[in-house]
Every structure is written in structure tokens, then in C-alpha cells.
Ligand binder design. Structure first.
Ligand SMILES: C[S@@+](CC[C@H](N)C(=O)[O-])C[C@H]1O[C@@H](n2cnc3c(N)ncnc32)[C@H](O)[C@@H]1O
Length: 243
């Protein structure tokens, strides 16, 4: 009887290849199959971080997203298309696992922090052994390169998605000591407006592609909303406490 393979969700950090953990590297190099999510026509961000560490004998398994935006015109539905895609990806990975091959799925930052790996985990972890290797997530990479502590003492931090409706974003931001706002891109204008309304724009710090070679730190007022990339986030640090 074949012993099933194990599924690994491997966090590879926010961009700088030196932020890969020793454990991630060891497991990656041992896996016969390495899977990675990638947009059509792209190289794959997480894959780019670890590519140089792989051996020729390891199978590369790109999982190509069928859509790049959540805003689709009816009758197309992002939710349906993406759920079908994850079903298919999980089935393909399941075939390797059933045949006894371990599969490492690499994920930018941390797999369980907004990482697509979680949708495979949800589908497969009940049937196969699974292990997650945490990675340095983008908000921690962002805070580090922005040179700002996130939270002092007993402050609370909210992690918000820029996709949230404006009112909800305003309410949540008004009610927190510190915040990180992810998924900016085309939401940037709305987020900046809310920060201005709440008098937080002086405190907010913006970074694109934190820890990547093309990292950019730009003052909030100078960000071009039409060019804000997918890999960008905002930090509203907690008020400084003189410890
Ligand atoms: C689908 S989430 C993935 C988060 C990732 N799993 C993590 O642990 O950070 C994608 C969002 O993460 C943020 N992000 C990821 N990497 C980033 C980076 N190097 N610099 C700035 N933001 C980044 C952006 O806000 C982007 O829209």
C-alpha cells in the first residue's frame, strides 16, 4: 500500500530571500513537488523568492489564477470562478499526495495570513497530513523597512483590508490604536480619503513591495492612486510611548 505524501504550506516571507526560514528551506529542498500560485503570464512572486534553492529533479507545479480581479461583470462571478480553480488545484495536488509524493506549496509572507494556500489547506488537510511553516508576513516586513514600531505597551492593532466599504473602514479605523491596511491597489484613493477624514494622514506610512529589490517608500500625499501596485500596504503606527 502506498503511504500518502504530506502537504506543506510554506511561508517564504515578504520578498527578501534572506527572510526565508531555515525550516522553510529544508522542507522545500526535500519536497519532490513544489507548487506555487501565479498570475497568468507572470513568474510567480513566491516562486521567485525560492527558485534558486530548487534542484532540477523537483517538479515545479504552477497554479495559474484564472482571474486577476475580483470585479467581474455578471454573469461572471469571481467567487465561483476562484472556488472552481481552488477545487481543481486541490484535486491535482491530491493526486500527488495520494501517490505518496510530498507537496510543498509556497506562499508569500505567511500562508495563514491572507495566503491563497489556506484554500488548499481547507480542502486537503482533512484527508492528508498537513503542516504549515510560518513566514514573515508583509505587515512585519513593512513595519521593519518603514522603521516604525507598530504597537507600544497595551495598544491594540487592527489589520484591515482596503477592499472594505468606505464606511466600515472609517468606523474600524476610528476605533483602533494602530492599524495596517492591506490590499490597497485600486482601493488607495478611498483609503487615503478615510485617513484624511480621520486626521490620520500625518501618521500613516506607505510602502510598496517591502523588502523586495524594487521597494518604494512614498509620502502618502505623493502616492499616485492609479499606479499603486498590488504589493503595497499602509501602516498607522500606535502613538509613541516613551518607555
Ligand atoms: C493576498 S495578501 C498576501 C499576504 C501575505 N500572505 C502575507 O503574509 O503578507 C496580498 C497583500 O499583502 C500585502 N503585501 C504582500 N507582500 C507585500 C510586500 N512585500 N510589500 C507590501 N505589501 C505586501 C499587500 O497589501 C497585498 O495586497
Amino acid at each position: 500500500m502506498t503511504i500518502a505524501g504530506k502537504l506543506f504550506g510554506i511561508g517564504v516571507g515578504p520578498g527578501d530571500p534572506e527572510l526565508l526560514t531555515l525550516k522553510a528551506l529544508r522542507l522545500l529542498q526535500a519536497a519532490p513537488v513544489v507548487a506555487y500560485f501565479v498570475a497568468k503570464g507572470k513568474r510567480g512572486n513566491a516562486f521567485g523568492i525560492i527558485e534558486d534553492h530548487l534542484r532540477d529533479a523537483q517538479t515545479r507545479m504552477p497554479l495559474v489564477y484564472p482571474v486577476t480581479t475580483e470585479a467581474l461583470e455578471p454573469p461572471l462571478s469571481y467567487e465561483t470562478i476562484i472556488a472552481d480553480f481552488y477545487d481543481t488545484a486541490a484535486a491535482l495536488i491530491g493526486e500527488h499526495l495520494a501517490a505518496g509524493r510530498d507537496v510543498a506549496v509556497v506562499c508569500e509572507g505567511d500562508p495563514f495570513f491572507y495566503g491563497s494556500y489556506m484554500y488548499l489547506h481547507d480542502r486537503l488537510a482533512g484527508r492528508f497530513a498537513a503542516e504549515v511553516v510560518p513566514g514573515v508576513c508583509s505587515m512585519l516586513g513593512g513595519a521593519a523597512v518603514l522603521g516604525t514600531p507598530l504597537v507600544y505597551r497595551n495598544q491594540s492593532l487592527s489589520v484591515l483590508s482596503g477592499v472594505l466599504p468606505e464606511d466600515e473602514l472609517r468606523r474600524k479605523l476610528a476605533d483602533t490604536d494602530a492599524a495596517v491596511i492591506m490590499k490597497l491597489g485600486r482601493n488607495f484613493d478611498k483609503v487615503r480619503r478615510v485617513l484624511e477624514d480621520l486626521g490620520l494622514s500625518e501618521r500613516a506610512l506607505y510602502v510598496e513591495r517591502a523588502t523586495m529589490p524594487n521597494e518604494r517608500i512614498v509620502p502618502l500625499a505623493q502616492v499616485d492612486p492609479s499606479a499603486s501596485p498590488y504589493f503595497s500596504l499602509l501602516v498607522v503606527p500606535g502613538q509613541k510611548w516613551q518607555g
